[in-house]
Design a protein around this ligand. Structure first.
Ligand code: FMN
Length: 322
């Protein structure tokens, strides 16, 4: 076991970062099959009135979900967040994750996501309301602070632990950094030192060596990977193996990649239906192709296909020609 979140034992220390528009069920399942210890759903708005839209419905918990089922919520009003947490639990979520780590759209005209880090009183209110509203572990995702001058990540982390947050993910940038510059890991190390709940280090971890460096440097219990998993879901088993054995796993064979891409695309068609499935598949296939040769010509052809059978057919052919 790598760590536990409440009653849930997580076997691998390498986890998937929540990414809106990307970490849908097909992708979460794939990452889990390929070694991710924990996968977190894309954020859903805390405004439950909006849950009837297709976008929100797709993001809520489904039967095919990987266990433990962790759902991320975003919003800036404590009572709405508490209600969203309760309703997600009623729908089958087992862990509630709060997004204070990523820019999120305003919900009901109130700041949400990492913008909350500026207002520690509001952060406390939201954390207390959510923790007290559900009988399930609540986790939190933050950045290292609001800005370089106000790097209040450590204070927020301690507050979160006191309130009863059961695990904390920290992206090594401030809110003001957006995605610019490099992630820094000193603040994450400081936070890990000060807390006893599991801490996950996140930001710019894109291969096994970087993962080992960050884990050793910060002492974090887990490594959270986002963008580097796009088109490369097997990164989780590679990192887990390297962390445990200090040796690199062989890269997946072309045949394995082919099977994986075909089954991923078929799962997207099935989950989203033909129209949306074809369009969402283009994005993922583009990422897979980055690691293979002759991608630009094929990508242009692939992006013009607008039916599911032809997409799968053309992909089969592409791999035969590799
Ligand atoms: C397209 C995209 C969508 C994201 N959506 C979310 C989100 O919904 N919730 C969240 O907490 N973080 C979100 N993030 C931030 C990631 O979880 C992660 O913190 C960030 O990408 C840094 O990790 P990485 O360098 O491994 O990608 C998103 C990032 C990207 C690139």
């Amino acid at each position: 076991m790598a760590f536990a979140i409440g009653p849930y034992s997580i076997s691998s220390p390498v986890i998937l970062a929540p990414m809106a528009g990307i970490t849908d069920i097909p992708f979460r399942r794939l990452c889990h099959q390929h070694g991710a210890g924990l996968v977190v759903s894309e954020m859903v708005t805390s405004d439950v009135r909006l849950w009837n839209t297709n976008k929100s419905r797709n993001r809520l918990v489904h039967d095919a979900e990987v266990s433990p089922r962790s759902v991320q919520i975003a919003g800036g009003d404590a009572q709405m967040m508490a209600q969203a947490a309760r309703q997600n639990i009623a729908l089958g979520a087992q862990i509630i994750d709060i997004n204070m780590g990523c820019p999120a759209k305003k919900v009901c005209n109130k700041a949400a996501g990492s913008a909350l880090l500026k207002d520690e009183v509001l952060v406390r209110e939201i954390l207390e309301a959510v923790v007290n509203s559900v009988d399930a572990p609540v986790t939190l995702k933050i950045r290292t602070g609001w800005s370089e001058d106000q790097k209040n990540g450590l204070r927020i982390a301690k507050m979160a632990e006191d309130i009863g947050i059961q695990a904390l993910a920290v992206h090594g940038r401030t809110r003001a950094c957006k995605f610019q510059g490099n992630a820094e890991y000193d603040t994450i190390a400081e936070i890990k030192q000060a807390l006893s709940i599991p801490v996950f280090a996140n930001g710019d971890i894109n291969d096994v060596h970087k993962a080992k460096f960050v884990k050793d440097y910060t002492g974090a219990d887990g490594i959270m990977i986002g963008r580097a998993a796009q088109g490369r879901p097997w990164i989780f088993r590679e990192v887990a193996h390297f962390l445990e054995h200090n040796e690199e796993l062989a890269a997946p064979t072309l045949d394995e990649v082919k099977q994986l891409v075909l089954s991923h695309v078929a799962a997207l068609h099935q989950f989203y239906g033909d129209y949306l499935g074809v369009r969402i598949a283009r994005k993922h296939v583009g990422w897979y192709l980055r690691t293979l040769s002759d991608q630009s010509t094929f990508r242009a052809v692939f992006n013009r296909i607008d039916n599911t059978i032809e997409q799968l057919d053309k992909l089969e052919h592409f791999f035969v020609g590799q």
